[in-house]
Write a protein that binds this ligand. Structure first.
Ligand code: PLP
Length: 393
């Protein structure tokens, strides 16, 4: 290992929402934060160097990406996913959550239905509800420890023609599924048949475990590209979330214009200079770092799996195909969601995301972020075990 993922970097008093909001959330001061999806690792050296150079230059005026920015992203997607897109498809936005809300406004009108597949990243439903659209759900199914899309439910939900938009999570946060080409193809057939435009949120696309290649939805076919918007960002991959930089792809020119119109309506024009600089440097030079990160995260996942297999605490790991999140089935602990949250936060002093944040389908589950030094994950698992033993002594 060339990189130092074992190093514990003190993030307290850095305005980190993961580390500095303990008191505000009523958490004990010594809790281990393994909740919101950012990692406790420093970004690649090349990114930090590029940012230092920009800081030393010292002028932070309005900025726009040039061809070198597009080339860095284009090469990344071509090399790692075999996905090619046209430069004009790409629009930079200050985040994916932002872009999803803009897309909701651009592609639907008040009262339209928008489909999601819970349990899923909670800002999806928020974007629908806050924009006064109708929330339509086709929950994932869980059998034999594996989540699947319920395509019959999807079809039943959109058949009436009043659901013009779906928000897909590919790979899926929190359950860790990397949707196969076949699954996406079947979904696409339904969406095409009923005229449902798809937002494919691919922010976790760089995290997949061996044997689970990620398929960009728009790479399925020309029709899939025309019928979708792809949301990508370097923020999960290279731990850049605080730089609020994401890259959105819309192939259809009319849809693209409608999306850009909404950006102007809400006053979004230029991007953050440091975010653009970091993004280009990450995609240009971050591949080796990412490969090492993936193998380190796999070690963390193995640790969690060994812990759940040991059976000292009745928690089951839902085996992920990708993402750096571990979705833990805690239903065997026999607690309500409130009790589960209290157990982990106050008794074990480990801050996880309650599954119900991803919808009622996440009841009885907790989400653990694997993106911390191994010693922290070990400490967290030890605390959970000790608290469970104490509670059941
Ligand atoms: C599926 C998904 N989409 C989007 C985001 C956040 O994206 P952004 O910070 O660019 O708004 C996250 C962060 O956890 C996520 O898991």
């Amino acid at each position: 290992m060339q990189y130092h993922f074992d190093e514990i970097v003190d993030r307290s008093h850095t305005w980190s929402i993961k580390h500095d909001l303990k008191e505000a959330n009523g958490k004990p001061a010594d809790i281990l934060p393994l909740w919101v999806a950012d990692m406790d690792f420093r970004s690649p050296d090349g990114v930090r160097e590029a940012l230092k150079q920009a800081a030393d230059h010292g002028i932070f005026g309005y900025s726009q990406a040039d061809g070198s920015y597009f080339a860095a992203i284009r090469d990344w997607y071509k090399k790692r996913f075999g996905w090619e897109w046209q430069e004009e498809w790409m629009i930079c936005t200050p985040g994916i959550v932002f872009a999803i809300s803009a897309a909701v406004q651009a592609f639907t009108k008040e009262g339209d239905g928008i489909l999601i597949q819970p349990p899923v990243y909670h800002p999806f439903s928020r974007a629908v509800i806050r924009n006064r659209r109708g929330l339509v759900t086709a929950p994932l199914t869980l059998s034999d420890g594996r989540y699947r899309m319920d395509l019959d439910r999807v079809e039943a939900a959109v058949r009436g023609g009043d659901v013009p938009l779906m928000i897909l999570c590919n790979p899926h946060n929190p359950v860790g599924r990397v949707w196969t080409r076949e699954e996406l193809g079947a979904l696409e057939a339904i969406c095409e048949r009923y005229g449902v435009f798809v937002i494919s949120d691919e922010i976790h696309g760089d995290f997949s475990w061996p044997g689970h290649p990620v398929t960009p939805y728009a790479s399925l076919s020309g029709a899939a590209a025309a019928g979708s918007m792809t949301a990508t960002a370097p923020s999960k991959t290279f731990n850049l979330a605080g730089l609020s930089t994401s890259n959105i792809f819309i192939a259809d020119p009319d849809r693209r214009r409608r999306f850009q119109d909404v950006l102007l309506d809400i006053g979004q024009e230029n991007m953050n200079r440091m975010g653009l600089i970091a993004c280009r440097a990450a995609y240009e030079g971050g591949e080796e770092w990412l490969e090492e990160l993936l193998s380190y995260l796999k070690g963390n996942l193995d640790l969690v799996r060994r812990f759940t297999e040991k059976g000292s605490v009745p928690i089951r790991l839902i085996e992920p195909d990708g993402t750096y999140l571990a979705w833990l089935d805690c239903r065997g602990m026999g607690m309500t969601d409130e009790e589960l949250d209290g157990f982990f936060s106050q008794k074990a002093r480990v801050w996880l995301d309650p599954g119900v944040h991803s919808g009622e389908e996440g009841s009885g589950f907790m989400r653990l972020n694997l993106g911390s030094p191994r010693s922290i994950i070990e400490e967290a698992l030890g605390r959970i075990e000790a608290a469970w033993e104490k509670q059941n002594a």
